[in-house]
Design a protein around this ligand. Sequence first.
Ligand SMILES: [Zn+2]
Ligand SMILES: [Zn+2]
Ligand SMILES: [Zn+2]
Length: 418
Amino acid sequence: MSSDYGKYVWQKHAYGAHRQFYVANNEISDEQYQEFKKVLATFNNERQHHQHFQIYKGDKFPCFQKVNVGFESDSTYGRFLKANQSIHFNQEVFKSAPFASAVEPTSHQFCLTCHKVPSQTEHDTFIQCSQCINVFFCCIQCKIDNQSHKFECDTIFRHITDLDIKLSIQMVLEAMTLFATVNQLQSYIERIVDDKTLSQSIPVGCFDKVARLDCIMRLCPSPLDQKICEKASLAYKFVMEIPVIKMNFKLKSQTRFLKHLLMHFLGVIDANAIVAHIKVSKSTQLKRLLIYEVFSFFNHSCCPNVFYYLQQNNNVMIGRANHTINQNEQLFINYEFFYDNNTEERRQYIEENWKFICHCNRCEQDVTEESRQRAEEMSLDELKTQLNTTDMTTWRRQHCAYILRYMQLMNRPQLNIR
Ligand SMILES: [Zn+2]
Ligand SMILES: [Zn+2]
Ligand SMILES: [Zn+2]
């Protein structure tokens, strides 16, 4: 750095008064200001390459930073996401850090905030929590960003093995970071829940954590069943072992609110949470459960136009277009990962897990006699050629895979194609 602009800003500022800082600012020449902007840009650029997820001020939905996507609703799909402008193949559609996450108990090192695992040389640079064992942060920013750990630091919480329960409590803790008192949290949530159109309402944004909580409250939870009720009871038992909770939820109305909140979160988790793993060593993977608020509004299709994955070595979820998406087309992801199983099995699996019958193009078209007919008539070479056609959309590729599956069912021996 050749410029000495620093001596104008920092030296004068070192003695304190705001007025002095103001004066110092005025003393920077245009040239020096340009220099300053360059440094700032380098700094910001560096930050971007770090895994931290940045919230861009001014955007209602920063998770759709790179595309023009909006919410809509109709009687068929309920609330859904739609491309307001066409999206090209492989374009980033979605990017978000989780609203909350839970990792199975472990003594392995990973960052509690971003789930980064230290490389061999980084073990010493991770910051350990000064109050409890086995909690680490990869850097000072992740330590600052984590507002919820202070509530559960050195408590029973880290030892909870049921990840649904752990995540529901984590979500309560995240919600608590946003309000000064439990009463404020309670009246905020009750105001949202009072809205009778909640289950059809469109989220207002995800620009800050309060807005993100608002999105979570608008999600449709799984219908209450025995399993969720039991988990809620256990979650309540665990959460009351956390001193700060016990201290703040004292009145009957408060504990009742807490129970309801846990119940809602468990329902939302059941319907929307993502199971993934953290690779902490060559042979060890930790199970984790993550909840993303806006991501949870994507509808399912067995021939989706958006595929999603977790960024390597952290917990940022990315969605990309897996073929060109036209203007006004709805965005779909695939809730399950068995692309080439048969429609009946797939539908059954989806119905068991998400309580709806899939009517996507693939499901509706594939169970036809025509497909069966085609499968019988097509030669393997024809199928191979189709699968290798470069302009083939994912949907057609899946269709072919599907036909292959039929052939498999019909015991055709020549099916081992890659
Ligand atoms: Zn981190
Ligand atoms: Zn701690
Ligand atoms: Zn389907």
